[in-house]
Design a protein around this ligand. Sequence first.
Ligand SMILES: C[S@@+](CC[C@H](N)C(=O)[O-])C[C@H]1O[C@@H](n2cnc3c(N)ncnc32)[C@H](O)[C@@H]1O
Length: 204
Amino acid sequence: MDLTSVRKAYQRYAPIYDRVFGPALNAGRMRTVRAVNRLPAARLLEVGVGTGLSLPHYRRDHRVVGVDISREMLAVAKQRVERDRLNNAEILEMDAESLAFADGAFDVVVAMYVVSVVPHPRRCLDEIMRVCRPGGTIFICNHFLSPRKAGIARSIAPLGRWLGWRPEFTLHQLLGDSRLEVINQRPVPPLGLFTIIECRNPAA
Ligand SMILES: C[S@@+](CC[C@H](N)C(=O)[O-])C[C@H]1O[C@@H](n2cnc3c(N)ncnc32)[C@H](O)[C@@H]1O
C-alpha cells in the first residue's frame, strides 16, 4: 500500500464506512475512548480519525485534533463536528507518517485501526512517539496476528485485504525495539480479534 492507493481505497469506503465499519469496529473504538476518558483533561491527537466516529464520545474537556489522509473520510468527520457542535475537536488533513506538530505537543495519542493500514507502520509509530510528550499515553487499537488467532485471521483475510489491512501484521513488527512501555493490553470483540494496547511514552 502506498499513500495513493490508501487515498483511493478510502475515497471508495467513505460513503459506506459508518454503516459497515461503524458497528463492526465499535467495541474497540468505544473501549479505547472510555480508557481515554478516564485520564485527566488532555491535549489529544487521534491519527487516522477517519469519519470521526469516536469524536462525539470523548469528554468535552479533552482538546482533540483528528488527522487523516483521506479527504473524503475527513469530509464526513467535519460534517459530524459541525452537526454535533463538537467545539473541542479540530480536523486536519495530514499524513500520520509525517505529522506537522512539534515534539511533545500532545498528552495522549490514539490510533484505532490505522497502524496496519499506513504504508510504513514503524514510521507512523515513531511520529506518534515524537508528538506525544515524554510520559504521555499512547493507545493503539488494532488487529495483531498471534498463533492463537491465526485461523480467524486467515478467515477474515479477504476483508482485511479489501480494507487495505495487513492480516499478518504482528505486535512485534510494530513495536520492535521501540522503547514504548506497554502498560495494559486487552483483547476486544469481535472474537478477541482486535487488541487495545495502552503504552507509556518513554522520556526523551
Ligand atoms: C480503518 S480506517 C479507521 C478509521 C477510524 N480510526 C475508525 O475507528 O473508524 C483507517 C483510516 O486510516 C487512514 N489512513 C491511512 N493511512 C494514513 C496515513 N498515512 N495518514 C493518515 N491517515 C491514514 C485512512 O484514510 C482511514 O480513514
